[in-house]
Design a protein around this ligand. Structure first.
Ligand code: SF4
Length: 73
């Protein structure tokens, strides 16, 4: 996706532990500001081989904000 988000580096989101950039997903600066056609707010998805510490920190932050324990896909 092409965007001008300052957190995006290539296809990854530095705000959400280097998960794939999915505008509007949980943890995104656009979270709660957009609606999705299916009504489901996406969960972060990490690329294979993602740094487990960085991912763990991001998932802990999402849990602290009332997000899910695990991503669903
Ligand atoms: S997911 Fe949101 S905050 Fe992260 S890079 Fe994409 S648009 Fe920016």
């Amino acid at each position: 996706m092409s965007s001008c988000c300052p957190h995006q580096v290539n296809e990854f989101c530095r705000k959400v532990g280097s998960a794939y950039c999915r505008p509007g997903m949980r943890g995104c600066v656009l979270f709660g500001k957009v609606t999705f056609q299916d009504g489901e707010v996406p969960y972060p998805v990490w690329p294979p081989g993602a740094d487990p510490r960085e991912r763990g920190r991001a998932e802990a932050q999402l849990r602290a904000r009332g997000g899910p324990d695990r991503r669903e896909r």
